[in-house]
Ligand binder design. Structure first.
Ligand SMILES: NC(=O)c1ccc[n+]([C@@H]2O[C@H](COP(=O)([O-])OP(=O)(O)OC[C@H]3O[C@@H](n4cnc5c(N)ncnc54)[C@H](O)[C@@H]3O)[C@@H](O)[C@H]2O)c1
Length: 312
């Protein structure tokens, strides 16, 4: 297939693009390299890889290229609550307005597979299990723009959205602001984890499984289209404190401290059901424990953590 991946040089994109190319798809990445990242160096060797350095908000650019693609995977975004609160206007333009523009320029037959975030469930009710039908209650600018983008995308018939859990694992553009990655990094360098709002529950998913489910959706598009899927590990609806304790099982001298004063900016706290994606036959390969072992190896070499925190 001819596939356009906007934001393909990002944390998720650089891993997904590699997998798509290895499966012989023709892949074009459109990315403005917002973080000065050098994440696509290992895919330049592929003849089926094409790179456009540009902005996903550029209507003329999108108009001139979009017709040739069978499938569009829009990953370009201002990601995460802290960055979105720092640059709310840009966040809305990239995360929401550009999706609307792209959808308007796409023909009916072109496919779209889009990630959104399960942080759209917001601050959940205790013991309630959130399914794809549950009401949304996004709290951060990031969450709001992604919820709006999902609505826009699903007005098209040929669209699948994945409400991703917090992603973890190693990437060519590493992010250590994501909760599991962040905890493992801090556990390694400080031997101490200060946990605030430790009872807040979240769901988690490994970056390789995210790439795999995008490939799965491409291969099963007809069956899966016009649907939303929660995508996280069914056995990993864990509180932050439980996550810290899981990491402690791998790093024995880790001390866990409870911080009663600090507050979570995006207040996400919910238990998610991933039943719907599991019923399609998709199987996750990466457990939290397997990912923690990977991260312990991968994060040791980081010398300048500020370069991997998703800040500008
Ligand atoms: N990582 C997660 O846990 C997670 C969870 C849920 C959903 N998502 C979604 O997945 C997608 C990718 O997230 P990520 O974690 O890889 O983030 P990322 O910040 O690493 O990737 C975003 C990419 O978009 C590019 N970009 C930003 N503004 C652009 C613009 N105006 N034009 C072109 N490119 C631009 C950046 O250079 C970067 O390569 C996002 O849509 C995000 O909302 C991620």
């Amino acid at each position: 297939m001819e596939i356009l991946v906007t934001g393909g040089a990002g944390y998720l994109g650089s891993v997904l693009v590699t997998k798509l190319l290895e499966s012989n798809h023709n892949v074009t990445v459109l990315d403005n390299f917002f973080f000065d990242q050098f994440s696509l160096s290992s895919v330049c060797k592929f003849n089926n890889f094409n790179l456009i350095i540009g902005d996903t908000r550029d209507k003329n650019l999108i108009k001139s290229i979009i017709g040739k693609f069978d499938c569009i995977i829009p990953l370009a975004a201002i990601v995460g609550a802290p960055l979105s609160e720092k640059m709310p206007k840009l966040c809305k333009e990239v995360n929401e307005d550009s999706i609307k523009m792209i959808c308007n320029l796409m023909s009916k037959d072109q496919l779209m597979i889009m990630p959104v975030t399960n942080s759209g469930y917001g601050s959940g009710k205790p013991e309630k299990i959130y399914t794809e039908e549950s009401p949304l209650n996004p709290i951060s600018t990031y969450g709001i723009t992604k919820v709006n983008a999902e609505k826009i995308a699903l007005e098209r018939e040929n669209c699948i959205t994945f409400r991703l859990a917090t992603v973890f694992g190693m990437s060519f553009r590493m992010r250590i602001d994501l909760l599991v990655n962040n905890f493992v990094y801090l556990a390694l360098v400080e031997k101490k984890l200060s946990v605030f709002e430790g009872h807040f529950k979240r769901n988690y998913i490994h970056i390789q499984d995210v790439s795999r489910v995008f490939m799965f959706a491409l291969n099963n598009f007809e069956k899966m289209k016009s649907n939303i899927y929660n995508f996280g590990l069914e056995d990993a609806n864990l509180s932050k404190l439980e996550l810290a304790q899981k990491i402690q099982n791998h790093i024995n001298d880790l001390e866990i401290l409870i911080d009663e004063n600090r507050k979570d900016p995006d207040k996400r706290n919910y238990i998610v059901s991933n039943d719907k994606i599991i019923k399609t036959g998709f199987k996750m390969n990466w457990s939290l424990d397997k990912g923690i072992v990977e991260l312990i190896k991968g994060l040791k070499s980081i010398k300048r953590p500020e370069n991997f925190m998703n800040v500008k």
